[in-house]
Ligand binder design. Sequence first.
Ligand SMILES: Nc1ncnc2c1ncn2[C@@H]1O[C@H](COP(=O)(O)OP(=O)(O)O)[C@@H](O)[C@H]1O
Ligand SMILES: [Mg+2]
Length: 286
Amino acid sequence: MPDQAENLRQFVQQHAQRARVIAVSSGKGGVGKTNTCVNLGIALAQKGARVVLLDADLGLANIEVLLGINSLYNLQHVVSGQQSMMDVVVDGPGGIQVVPGSSGIAKIADLGPNARNNVLAGLEELQRHADFILIDTMAGIGQNAVAFAIAADEVLLVTTPEPSSIVDAYATIKTVFHQRPDAQFKVIVNQVMNKQQAGAVAHKIADVTGRFLGRNVSFAGFIPRDPRVMQAVMQTSPYILRYPTAPASRAVATIASRLNETPREKRRGQGFLQRVAETFRVAKSA
Ligand SMILES: Nc1ncnc2c1ncn2[C@@H]1O[C@H](COP(=O)(O)OP(=O)(O)O)[C@@H](O)[C@H]1O
Ligand SMILES: [Mg+2]
């Protein structure tokens, strides 16, 4: 019965579980974005989720360096069409998978038509193989930096309590909302002294965003300033694996639980891939 087969195919297509795409972003560099991305990814994997980290940051202290991964291929090979996305993915610690970065993808907004088609095909492949795709994005408000935040299902915005970090976090929020009015921001306050300090920072960001942009941001949680983080970095080992009972590890596990329990935001309209494609168009006409 071809009709039934066709109906089934359509049903499966419509209901196929696509990865939840989360951009891990920050206004300022050096706030702990990459560490948060890696350890949160592992915490989600520990809860049974299939997690892929995509390194979209040009910075020197990237995911590969942090994990001591030395890969043959990276996103540049996907951009150029030499490799498929699944050939580039490498196994990382704690059950996660990593797509090593390159300057090719970090300049996503500037890619030509062939390169962008390769990227889109690669991302589509990735979406079928994961429950969560966490994208470690570049800091700042340039188009290349915010492209993934604009396209993602959710944005985890990492900030510290430092005023400069808060101001830059707000600049990112403003830039992304300008291009994506239904963006879903969740703030993570990293390197805090205590819960009260984290609450005050989150409140400040939510207050300013509400007053000046008329939009909401929510609070994903906080990570304390913890000497184990730097120790683990020196050992090229994620702190959640090396020091599972350390305060930072417990905090990240709590954030992962909340994230895992919150269902994907129900939103009509375009998915991640369409929004990435749209990002290219915006960049071209800008
Ligand atoms: N919760 C924390 N407690 C203590 N130090 C931290 C914490 N998070 C980050 N750091 C420090 O900040 C440095 C930069 O972190 P990283 O994740 O590379 O930042 P980013 O990706 O934002 O540039 C780390 O090497 C570590 O020394
Ligand atoms: Mg980084």
